[in-house]
Design a protein around this ligand. Structure first.
Ligand code: HEC
Length: 148
């Protein structure tokens, strides 16, 4: 009897975990089918390049939050410009994907970061955080519009 109960519990657990897996697959398919973002049709090399650039954007934002919280505005201002601002490298990168709308969104993002870099020099925490938030609006809206 004890063995039978153990067996029943095992079957029940097994079928539950199977169902869970099915649902996850279903959800995944739904997500990819509903992904109406514009594809940039990047090749494998461009993809790698873009993702590594994006990871460094994320790192820059983390760095900025840490520096602002430590009142290290001079360094924060440099990070904002060098890693997120309108440097020649960034401008070329935005243009290299061959999509004008993407390029413009990218350039506006870098301009917001230039502005953030200037505001950081005033050492005003509230204004700095507002400017960081405005810059990050560009991250959010581009991600909602484009995919690789
Ligand atoms: C002009 C468009 C644009 C802007 C601005 C932008 N991104 Fe991205 N980012 C993309 C695209 C396109 C992808 C690929 C998404 C996909 O294919 O699902 C991406 C992917 C990423 C990834 C995934 C990296 C990986 O290795 O998987 C991270 C993290 C990221 N972006 C962070 C940021 C942050 C942080 C900002 C702002 C500070 C930002 N991005 C601004 C277009 C942009």
């Amino acid at each position: 009897m004890k063995n039978l109960i153990t067996l029943l519990i095992a079957i029940l657990l097994f079928s539950c975990s199977e169902k869970k897996e099915e649902k996850t697959k279903e959800e995944f398919t739904m997500q990819t089918n509903n992904d109406s973002r514009i594809s940039l049709n990047l090749n494998a090399m461009q993809k790698q390049h873009q993702l590594s650039n994006m990871r460094s954007h994320l790192e820059a934002v983390q760095n900025l939050i840490m520096l602002i919280s430590n009142d290290d505005y001079e360094k924060a201002s440099k990070v904002a410009y060098k890693q997120l601002g309108s440097t020649t490298e960034m401008k070329l990168m935005c243009a290299s994907f061959g999509n004008k709308k993407f390029e413009n969104m990218g350039l506006n993002f870098h301009k917001d970061a230039d502005n953030l870099s200037e505001i950081l020099k005033t050492k005003d925490k509230t204004k700095s955080l507002q400017a960081l938030s405005k810059t990050m609006n560009s991250c959010v809206s581009c991600h909602a519009t484009f995919r690789q």
